[in-house]
Design a protein around this ligand. Structure first.
Ligand SMILES: Cc1cc2nc3c(=O)[nH]c(=O)nc-3n(C[C@H](O)[C@H](O)[C@H](O)COP(=O)(O)OP(=O)(O)OC[C@H]3O[C@@H](n4cnc5c(N)ncnc54)[C@H](O)[C@@H]3O)c2cc1C
Length: 291
């Protein structure tokens, strides 16, 4: 690993100043479970590493049943899934927080770090997209918001401009008759990169028999996580049925543009997107009905 300066700002303003004055040479560290591995392998060689652990806003979680959740970018996964209120309000977020790595990784790894790392396989990204997560960004010109589906721009690259950092992710309050689920396919049970991942969320009408709206997002099947908007939109206004779910899964398969690699083939991945879209939609529906 190359030598680097380690900076520990205690405020967003201070962090932004360090980032802005060092440009590409600076890199943030939250849990370090991606960046340290990449630095050791020589894939990233920052000369300034900016630790976010002392910035209060990045380490805070605030939830209000009417306003929703603001999740600090550096909050580790274990804090999310150990929170009983969040577990009840956002089971679709808990699905992903408890499957990123093993227990040691979950003690450090953050959803913010997973999103900023912008891996096509990042397990939290589809889950955050289908929950309508919005990225709260701070930079030299103030703050801005960006829907998570617009955040990842290429493998390992995100929409942050020079001097900008992710402060938190905001989620709207869960609506009555809504539910979400994230699942991935991996050949063994943990600590592997997803062959495919699918997140689905649904909003049903009061009878629980009709879709009001739905969102579907995919991992590991394109250079960035995919928001399969057409697939989700196809369900709006339809009765909940196997046919409607099948049709949405076919649209999700069409939105996937995977490659062949050592983890899976194009054919297998497209097939799995169909299977996991149906599976996650059915669980989201069950949760929306209170199951
Ligand atoms: C053994 C092991 C198993 C793993 N298993 C999984 C898995 O199952 N699923 C999965 O998706 N990932 C997995 N990962 C990858 C990693 O753990 C996750 O991506 C994790 O969520 C990253 O979070 P972090 O807080 O450690 O990020 P860090 O490593 O601290 O940062 C990740 C990237 O984001 C940038 N960054 C961090 N915070 C900010 C910020 N606030 N603003 C701007 N940029 C920022 C950093 O500069 C870096 O480029 C695994 C890693 C290991 C080592």
């Amino acid at each position: 690993m190359e030598p680097f300066e380690f900076v520990t700002p205690s405020s967003i303003e201070e962090a932004v100043k360090v980032l802005a004055s060092n440009g590409d040479k600076a890199r943030m560290i939250a849990g370090g479970t991606d960046i340290l591995v990449q630095m050791r392998a020589g894939r990233r060689t920052p000369s300034v590493v900016v630790d976010v652990k002392s910035i209060p806003e990045l380490n805070a979680m605030s939830y209000d049943a009417s306003k929703g959740l603001t999740l600090g970018a550096a909050v580790p996964c274990y804090k999310i899934y150990q929170d009983q209120t969040l577990a009840a309000a956002y089971p679709g977020l808990i699905d992903t927080a408890w499957l990123i790595g093993g227990i040691q990784i979950q003690g450090r790894a953050s959803i913010g770090g997973n999103v900023c790392n912008a891996a096509p396989s990042g397990d939290s990204i589809p889950a955050v997209i289908v929950l309508n997560g919005v990225c709260n960004i701070a930079g030299p010109n103030g703050t801005r918001e960006l829907p998570t589906e617009e955040f990842c721009t290429a493998p390992g690259q995100n929409a942050l401009e020079n001097g900008e950092m992710l402060v938190s992710i905001s989620f709207p309050a869960p609506l009555a008759n809504s539910g979400a689920n994230y699942q991935r396919f991996i050949p063994r049970n943990e600590m592997d990169i997803a062959v495919v991942g699918v997140g689905s969320s649904v909003l049903l009408d009061a009878s629980g028999q009709n879709f009001v709206s739905a969102r579907i997002a995919l991992a590991s099947v394109a250079p960035t996580p995919v928001f399969a908007k057409e697939a989700g939109d196809s369900l709006a206004g339809k009765a909940v049925s196997d046919e409607a779910i099948q049709q949405a899964s076919e649209l999700a398969m069409a939105a996937a543009k995977p490659i062949n690699d050592m983890r899976g083939t194009i054919r297998q991945r497209i097939h799995l997107i169909g299977v996991y879209t149906r599976r996650t939609l059915n669980i989201a529906i069950e949760r929306a009905r209170g199951g």
